[in-house]
Design a protein around this ligand. Structure first.
Ligand SMILES: [Zn+2]
Length: 73
């Protein structure tokens, strides 16, 4: 999930707290998102989303490693 550019990523407007979805591809490309409710512009600094994905994948790997140890003890 969130690896494909067509996936929807949940965002929350920092201004009006409206929750909506943005395409992962647009976030990766650093294209600003405009809140459909109040028009606040949410910026996506280049590379930040990629870092988030990598951190998440590392966390999943760590989790699986722990799980494997428990399983095969
Ligand atoms: Zn808003």
């Amino acid at each position: 999930m969130f690896e494909n550019d067509d996936d929807d990523f949940p965002l929350k407007c920092p201004n009006c707290l409206h929750e909506f979805y943005e395409k992962v591809g647009r976030i990766k490309a650093g294209i600003d998102t405009r809140c459909p409710d109040c028009g606040t512009v949410i910026t996506h600094p280049a590379g930040e989303f990629q870092r988030l994905l990598e951190n998440r994948n590392n966390e999943i790997r760590d989790y699986l490693r722990r799980f494997m140890r428990l399983t095969f003890r």
